[in-house]
Each structure stands twice: as structure tokens, then as C-alpha cells.
Design a binder for this molecule. Structure first.
Ligand code: DHB
Ligand code: FE
Length: 284
């Protein structure tokens, strides 16, 4: 059967993708950001998954005000990097895993979460920047990726609690897939940032570090953070952090297993106008 062996959490700031694509990773501004992912890149090589279930949000790229799915699972065989206004990023296309994605859709919908099934979708920086941070600049991504898009852009957005519960359902779905697959689940976005209005530029290191602590040690408490606290404390775009709770909810301890091992924790300010956070948790 398939198993979730680890979860990865990371910000997905588009400027990080641009810095990488333009060869600026060793510039003084960017060097500390990329340094924080050196461990993760090696870890990916040493712990290569068969499939990545990648939770991210679309930034009005594939979706728009015309159609706003709360939770959308990509079931296609492949997904192209999106043109976000300056051409698609020069990164590999994303190969999907239609069999596992369809199985997860079946199982999670039967567990009463209403997913939108997406058979054609370009993927934006929310998905490609985490892959770049964790995999560098390969000819092809190391394994198939199932894109899972969450609406955190247009209100109403799902609560952290609902995301956490959804993660638990995804874990059950993966474990009922009848093939031995090593699956990693990634939660992306955040950390604190606000891109608009009078508070544009807001960063809250205390909130971010407390969130990392809670996510690791007391995910139940992290799941209880009300939506308004993210917005007030972490900025209007800090709400992206609810996506980390989907990945955390899929870890073994939430279903009565052992606590995960923290193998990497990194936090850095600034990257563009965003605080960058990154965690890797392994199921033992
Ligand atoms: C920016 C955009 C994002 O989607 C994000 O998560 C962080 C920063 C930006 O435009 O700077
Ligand atoms: Fe974002």
C-alpha cells in the first residue's frame, strides 16, 4: 500500500523563482535564502519519493473570479508551468499521477470533503517555486506530482481546522491505495506577508516562529487558530499558512502514531516582501 513518509513545508515567493531562473542565488541578498534549502535538496536526493502530493494555491492564474474551487485536485497526466505575465518559468513540466490522484479524489469525496476535479490546469509559482527550492534546476522533476490547489485568495477561504481534517482524510486515502508508493505531502505558501493596502510589507517573526513551534509540537492547537488571527497577525496573505495544516494533518501522529522527527527547520526574513519558513518532518 502507499504511505506518507514525510511532509515538507515551504514558502513559495515568486521572486525566489526569478532569482533562481536569473542565476542570482549567490548574490548577497539571496544567498542566505538558498542556503536554507541546501539541506532539503540533499534530503530529497537521499529520500526520493515516488510521488509528491503538493498542496499550494493558485494566484488567479488557472482560476479567476469566474470559478473559485475551494479544494481542487489535479488528476491530469501533466501540467504546464503557467505564464504569470512574463512568460512561463523555464522549469520542467509537471508529470502527474492520474491513478493515485483519482483514487484520492474518490476516497476523500467519500469521506465528505467536496473536491473539484481538474483535468487541465497550468501551475503557477505556488507549485513551481517549492519544487525549485527542493530540487534545484533538473532536466525533469524527480517524480510525479499531484497538484492540490486551495482557495486562499478569494473569500470565503477554508479554516485551518478544515484543512487539518482534510489532511487526515488524505492520509487515509493514500493508505488505501493498493500499490507500494512512498508519498511525500507538501504544504506551501506563507509565512507572514501582506502584499496590499496600508499594511503592505508586514512581517511578524514572533507569530511565524510560534506557528512553527505549534505546527511541530501541537498541531491540534495550530488547527485551532482562527482565520482572523492569521490575517491580523501574519498579514492578509499570511492566510496561505492554513495549507501547511493539510500536510501536517496527514502525518502519522495525528492518527495515533509516533510524533514526527524534525529534520530541518529554517526561517529567514526577507525574501522580496515575505518571511520565508521551511520545515521537513519525517514519520518514524
Ligand atoms: C508574493 C506572492 C506570493 O504568492 C507569495 O506567497 C509571497 C510573495 C509576491 O508577489 O511578492
Ligand atoms: Fe502565495
Amino acid at each position: 500500500m502507499a504511505r506518507i513518509t514525510a511532509s515538507v513545508y515551504t514558502s513559495h515567493v515568486p521572486a525566489i523563482g526569478a532569482a533562481l531562473d536569473l542565476g542570482k542565488t549567490q548574490e548577497p541578498y539571496w544567498q542566505p535564502v538558498f542556503q536554507g534549502y541546501e539541506f532539503g535538496k540533499q534530503w530529497m536526493k537521499d529520500n526520493k519519493p515516488d510521488v509528491i502530493f503538493l498542496v499550494y494555491n493558485d494566484h488567479a492564474t488557472a482560476f479567476s473570479l469566474e470559478m473559485i474551487p475551494t479544494f481542487a485536485i489535479g488528476t491530469a497526466a501533466e501540467f504546464q508551468p503557467a505564464d504569470e505575465g512574463w512568460g512561463p518559468r523555464p522549469v520542467p513540466k509537471v508529470i502527474g499521477h492520474p491513478d493515485l490522484a483519482s483514487h484520492i479524489a474518490q476516497s476523500v469525496i467519500q469521506q465528505d470533503f467536496d473536491l473539484t476535479i481538474v483535468n487541465k490546469m497550468d501551475v503557477d509559482h505556488g507549485l513551481t517555486v517549492p519544487l525549485s527550492l527542493m530540487c534545484g534546476q533538473p532536466e525533469a522533476w524527480p517524480c510525479p506530482v499531484i497538484p492540490f490547489a486551495v482557495n486562499v485568495v478569494q473569500y470565503p477561504v477554508p479554516s485551518g481546522r478544515r484543512c487539518y481534517n482534510l489532511g487526515q482524510a488524505i492520509r487515509k486515502a493514500v493508505e488505501s491505495f493498493d500499490e507500494d508508493l512512498n508519498v511525500h505531502i507538501w504544504g506551501t505558501g506563507g509565512m507572514s506577508h501582506q502584499l496590499q493596502g496600508p499594511r503592505a510589507g508586514l512581517i511578524n517573526k514572533d507569530f511565524d516562529n510560534a506557528f512553527l513551534d505549534k505546527l511541530i509540537n501541537d498541531p491540534e492547537a495550530a488547527a485551532s487558530i482562527p482565520h482572523i488571527d492569521y490575517v491580523r497577525e501574519a498579514g492578509s496573505e499570511g492566510i496561505e499558512l492554513v495549507m501547511w495544516l493539510i500536510a501536517r494533518g496527514a502525518m502519522a501522529d495525528v492518527a495515533g502514531g509516533a510524533k514526527p522527527k524534525v529534520v530541518q527547520r529554517f526561517y529567514h526574513v526577507p525574501a522580496s516582501n515575505t518571511a520565508v519558513g521551511h520545515l521537513i518532518l519525517e514519520n518514524s
